[in-house]
Ligand binder design. Structure first.
Ligand code: WTA
Length: 659
């Protein structure tokens, strides 16, 4: 269900970014102590392989690699050929062996106010116990383990335990519905599912295990469900399948010898939305992924182990949680805050209170949250001591200059560098970002590919555009943390990312972008049918399929409409079947709940409009551009390619009269 309308990157209302001309050079003091300097760009440019070979030295290799990259099987890359390492050993054991066992790895803050500090020494014991526990369940190298857990330490322990024994984890966001969990479990043929009794959300305990039970009814691949006790709510346990985490893990020995795996051994699968209804299982491997997440965490956040207190507010259900809560920071021996709950529980100053209490120095969050903080008012952060902060980061969607400036002024005391980091589930790690202490930052621009990374903005024919020009963002050289495919679907991998600019051999990111006069990159949002709602990727097709799966719906079209807080909001246009018993508000409520049930609450449409017709081209393609005009209350654009040009009048009139 392609549509020509969304493929114009300049039509999405972000082009006003280009009138932004403020720039903030780094302070001399910051620059003098920064982890990177401008020379890194030229060094990487001069010899890319040597540069990445050097970055790989951040890790401890059991067997050294003989070659940096083998791209002869493109688009399937092999990085650090012949090298062997254990990812969990790199994230935990080696820090303990180097004498840092007493350093806090995780300051965990529970939503109800309970806290736990976990040192690297304790983390090592926990990961070893959990690894032994998984082995006792028969999990081995190459097996898949699905994890649906809230933001509790066991989530990180479970991921590292999988990595330690060479099993792949597939983390499923806690907010996903049973149906969404089931399709991921089936696709990966997961053998074990790790979950919890429930989770705390906005001050209340919500069930989790009950959803997992619903999801797994009849799931043949699953032998065992491991349940972490978190809320203490009573849950039914199936004695043939279910086991409590504490009963399984606590009795296990704390000794576990890590096995070294090949650099290309699969590390995890993470599902993300594509342009069709079926989520893609993005596959990442070990050596290249860990190298790039460690490198980027070091230079982009200017992270200093033993000094900084780092906090990434993402959920481990998303790639940001994988790369910048689990693997990058732990590989770099970070001390980090992990917070379980929502930012306004029990009050709207919760994040600032945590920063004050733990003296957080690096804070990494999403534009949607920054805009929410703006809405709540600057007097809230002003009530806390945020002077420990020295680097601020943003990820997930384009950050508008207003939000960027507010972040800098009200959270960063008007001086903290802001790194706007562009990357994707598929890229595994940060690709385009300023470097603090090096780059003069610009509000709203991710600016430059990192040293070692190459990206271009090209036109329809794959030719690079000049300064001031706009088009499509492509990655024209392989990078260590790149995806190694889509789980079980080689063809889809080739088609989705490598067919658009096949001739040039470019990776097509699906984002629109522009160069400014200095050649800096400004991201302009997706150019495909993927929406970005509060930094979550949701495909229009996925929501459409959920809607048409309801017995009253004949046809549905979904668009992402600009939203002041969430970036985009989901707006659905629905044609009901003639026999639909309910119409109007009741039908709309029913459908919103239906989508939440099918996909998860994050996919609930902001608005559902019941319409008599949908605008289509003569070849039958839905013209989402026109529907976006309606959703955004704009004058309706060019309708000349419509098969029936009266349709838009019909829709607009129907909406006015509420029919
Ligand atoms: C968008 C999240 C502009 C983009 C790490 C990309 C951004 C998609 C930025 C990936 C940014 C992420 N500026 N857009 N700094 N960061 N995006 O896979 O459209 O959840 O393609 O990975 O988010 O989302 P994903």
């Amino acid at each position: 269900m392609s549509n020509e309308a969304q493929s114009n990157p300049e039509s999405n209302g972000l082009s006003n970014l280009l009138s932004e001309d403020r720039s903030f050079p780094p302070s001399e003091v910051f620059a003098a102590g920064a982890n990177a300097d401008a020379g890194w760009y030229s060094r990487a440019e001069a010899d890319r392989d040597a540069f990445w070979g050097e970055q790989a030295r951040r890790l401890s290799w059991e067997t050294d690699f003989s070659r940096v990259v083998d791209w002869s099987g493109a688009p399937f890359a092999k990085w650090f050929v012949g090298g062997k390492l254990n990812v969990a050993y790199n994230c935990v054991d080696r820090h303990v062996e180097a004498g840092h066992g007493d350093q806090v790895a995780i300051h965990w803050v529970g939503e109800p106010g309970d806290t736990r500090d976990i040192t690297y020494g304790q983390l090592k014991d926990e990961v070893c116990r959990a690894a032994n526990a998984l082995v006792s369940l028969g999990v081995g190298s190459g097996d898949r383990v699905a994890i649906q857990l809230p933001m509790i330490p066991e989530a990180i322990v479970a991921m590292l335990a999988c990595a330690r024994i060479g099993a792949l984890h597939s983390v499923v966001f806690g907010g996903f519905s049973p149906a969404a969990l089931r399709s991921r479990v089936d696709d990966a043929q997961a053998r074990v599912v790790i979950t919890s009794d429930g989770q705390f959300r906005r001050g209340k305990a919500a069930p989790m295990k009950a959803n997992v039970d619903e999801a797994l009814a009849g799931a043949e691949s699953v032998r065992t469900v491991v349940v972490v006790r978190r809320t203490g709510d009573e849950v039914p346990m199936d004695p043939a399948r279910d086991v409590w985490w504490h009963e399984l893990v606590e009795g296990q020995p704390v000794q576990h010898t890590p096995e070294a795996f090949d650099a290309e051994h699969p590390l995890f699968i993470l599902y993300t939305s594509g342009t069709t209804g079926k989520p893609k299982g993005i596959l990442h491997t070990s050596g290249g992924y860990l190298t790039q997440v460690a490198y980027t965490h070091h230079v982009v956040f200017d992270h200093k182990p033993g000094q900084d207190v780092y906090w990434c507010t993402a959920d481990i259900g998303w790639v940001t949680g994988h790369s910048y809560i689990v693997y990058g920071p732990l590989a770099n021996r970070a001390t980090q805050v992990v917070y379980e709950g929502t930012p306004n529980t029990p009050h709207e100053g919760r994040h600032w209170e945590i920063i004050q209490n733990y003296k957080v120095s690096i804070y990494y969050t999403a534009p949607t949250l920054i805009r929410t903080f703006m809405k709540w008012g600057e007097q809230i952060p002003a009530g806390y001591d945020l002077s420990s902060l020295r680097v601020l980061g943003s990820v997930g969607e384009p950050i508008n200059p207003e939000a960027w400036m507010w972040y800098r002024e009200h959270i960063g005391a008007g001086k903290t560098p802001i790194v706007d980091t562009w990357w994707q589930t598929e890229t595994g790690a940060i690709m385009i970002s300023p470097l603090p202490g090096v780059t003069a930052t610009k509000p709203g621009s991710a600016q430059k590919p990192l040293p070692g990374i190459s990206a271009k903005v090209v036109d329809d024919t794959g030719t690079e555009v000049g300064p001031g020009g706009g088009g499509y963002l492509v990655l024209d050289k392989p990078w260590p943390a790149m995806l190694r495919g889509i789980w079980g679907d080689e063809q889809r991998y080739r088609e989705t990312y490598w067919s658009r600019f096949a001739e040039q051999g470019y990776y097509f990111a699906g984002d629109g972008a522009k160069y400014d006069a200095d050649g800096d990159i400004w991201l302009l949002g997706r150019v495909d049918d993927v929406m970005n709602v509060s930094g979550h990727r949701i495909s229009t097709t996925e929501v459409e399929s959920a809607l048409v799966s309801h017995p009253t719906v004949a046809e549905a079209a979904v668009v992402g409409a600009t939203d002041p807080t969430t970036g985009q909001g989901i707006v659905a246009f629905v044609i009901l079947r003639g026999n639909a018993a309910e119409t109007g508000e009741q039908a709309v409520q029913e459908l919103r709940n239906h989508v939440a049930k099918e996909i998860g609450p994050i996919a609930k449409p902001r608005q559902i409009m019941i319409v008599p017709e949908l605008p289509k081209t003569r070849s039958g393609k839905i013209m989402r551009r026109l529907l976006r005009d309606v959703a955004e209350n704009r004058q309706i654009g060019d309708v000349t390619t419509l098969a029936d040009s009266a349709v838009m009048d019909l829709i607009s009139q129907g909406l006015k009269t509420g029919k």
